[in-house]
Design a protein. Structure first.
Length: 291
């Protein structure tokens, strides 16, 4: 079930209500699109209570000196994995309980109406799946899945939570703040006794099915998304500054194909100088106004 509660604006940058002219411009853009390609970022999920990294003043980078785990460090260091999984274990119950907001539901409805050709999200929070989107590529994977780096065996993150609980029956830690990808802030002292399970099949290293910073999206997935973009006639970017190249490359490809591009994001983006339309509103406030 999807929460119909008011949006959680704790991690949403301040902005003005949608301008009627902007609403009309986006309506015209969407109405003229027959096969719309949509790319979403963290700014579509902030209204569900999930912080982002880069928003001015309130993003993780602005509020703390914390940085997300690097792929090479996670693979190389047992202590890095212990620290990551301890924080993730504490944060998981809250992170996994987040629900889609109005923006996720609108995009699901556009898909049902045949307006949205394909949806690519840079988010790993599963909120588009929870909303019911099916023509969907999770570009950076999803925290709700876990796999073994050695044998490739996959399990649900919820199942791994039970393994953690069995291995750490007396371990407790108080969390301080939540990060965008679901882990929380813990001290080194808090995590030092946390036990991390190995793969049940081969004893290998378990990793969330997400692309960590410093890793790359598979060429197969990139090619698949390029194919969906080639079938589309316009591109809408919602809730992303497009600072990460893995997503930005598709906007560059859309520009090369001379597709009209609309950007809906609070604050500047890498596309502002070549987008056909730039809107500075909340996704969950503006998208529901489009019919």
């Amino acid at each position: 079930s999807v929460s119909r509660a008011s949006p959680n604006l704790t991690f949403v940058p301040a902005c003005l209500p949608p301008d009627p002219v902007e609403v009309e411009e986006l309506q015209h853009f969407v109405s003229n699109s027959k096969r719309l390609f949509v790319m979403t970022g963290a700014g579509i999920s902030t209204e569900s209570g999930i912080p982002d990294y880069r928003s001015e003043g309130i993003g993780l980078y602005a509020r703390t000196d914390r940085r997300p785990v690097q792929h090479a460090e996670f693979v190389r260091s047992a202590s890095a994995r212990q620290r990551y999984w301890a924080r993730n274990f504490v944060g998981w119950p809250q992170f996994s309980s987040h629900q889609p907001n109005k923006a996720h539901l609108v995009l699901r409805d556009w898909e049902k109406l045949g307006k949205l050709h394909w949806l690519v999200t840079q988010n790993v929070d599963a909120l588009h799946s929870k909303a019911g989107s099916q023509r969907l590529t999770e570009l950076h994977g999803c925290t709700h899945r876990v796999f073994c780096l050695a044998c490739g065996d996959r399990i649900l993150r919820s199942e791994l939570q039970e393994h953690f609980e069995a291995l750490n029956p007396t371990w407790k830690a108080e969390a301080f703040g939540v990060a965008p990808d679901g882990d929380v802030f813990l001290t080194d002292e808090q995590v030092q006794n946390f036990q991390v399970p190995a793969c049940r099949k081969c004893g290998g290293i378990l990793k969330p099915d997400v692309t960590f910073f410093g890793d790359t999206v598979s060429q197969e997935k990139v090619s698949f998304v390029h194919q969906r973009l080639a079938e589309s006639d316009s591109m809408l970017v919602a809730g992303s500054s497009m600072q990460v190249y893995s997503g930005y490359r598709f906007a560059l490809a859309a520009r090369e194909k001379k597709l009209p591009i609309a950007v809906l994001n609070i604050g500047p983006t890498r596309l502002d100088h070549f987008a056909s339309l730039k809107l500075n509103s909340r996704c969950g406030e503006l998208l529901p106004l489009i019919v």
